[in-house]
Design a protein around this ligand. Sequence first.
Ligand code: MF3
Ligand code: CO
Ligand code: CO
Length: 284
Amino acid sequence: MKFKKRRWHCLPGQPLTELDKQVMYWENKGKEVPTRDLIKTPEQIEGIRIAGKVNTGCLDAVAAAIRPGMSTQEIDDICMQYCKDNNAVPACLNYEGYPKSVCISVNDVVCHGIPSPDTILKEGDIVNIDITTILHGYFADASRMFMIGEVSPQAERLVKVAKECMELGIAAVKPWHYLGDIGAACGSHARKNGYSVVTALGGHGVGKKFHLEPFVPHVGEVNTGMLLVPGMTLTVEPMINEGTYKVTTDAVDGWTVRTRDHKLSAQWEKTILITETGTEVLSS
Ligand code: MF3
Ligand code: CO
Ligand code: CO
């Protein structure tokens, strides 16, 4: 007899729940389903929710302080202090050797920009600040764009459209629909506005680790990819470029990701929970 390897495992000795039945129904129809560990328990969800509040608070503290003339190191210091004051840990610090607490990506830097006392924010810059906080072992991840002083109309439009891409991506998340719906929404809005979408990096599951399954692409087709099941927690974080979608990673620091053509890039990120009816934002 041919044995089909399942992704979804029922709990031994326990009756099937409605959720088990529904996931197995779609798995039997050949759809890609999550593994059980991607469906967070109420306790885990509460853990991520609380970490999310601290993470959002940290971004708020940065928002209140950011100004032209400030170094990106000063922003890193604010985040570090905020985490200390809230018994939290900045997840980026020492993550796979990353040297700072926050990622700060200015203009053509797409993501993973390393804070430095030598990088001074100046009028006209567009800046992504990406913060991930760990509280009692749970992670929450979010980023926002900041416009320093007055910026060009082109830069402002990119920042606005990138935010809309994230919002439309999140609005596309519905339980018992598919992961590809997110990328379809982000991608079509970006293209409609003459922009490209970075495909080399994407969103991810979040929980007791920084980056969990599934990888969340920001381009895609509706009704494709993994089934979205209530209890999953993930990030939506489209990186939207003015020019080419192609990126390069700095050969010297090994982290800084830039647009290949050095045109501008913008990104917004939220951590969300898939609920029975839609989504709950856990950090923004
Ligand atoms: N916060 C980023 C993300 O959204 C990851 C940063 S990893 C680091 O997934 F090591 F660069 F900090
Ligand atoms: Co992030
Ligand atoms: Co992320």
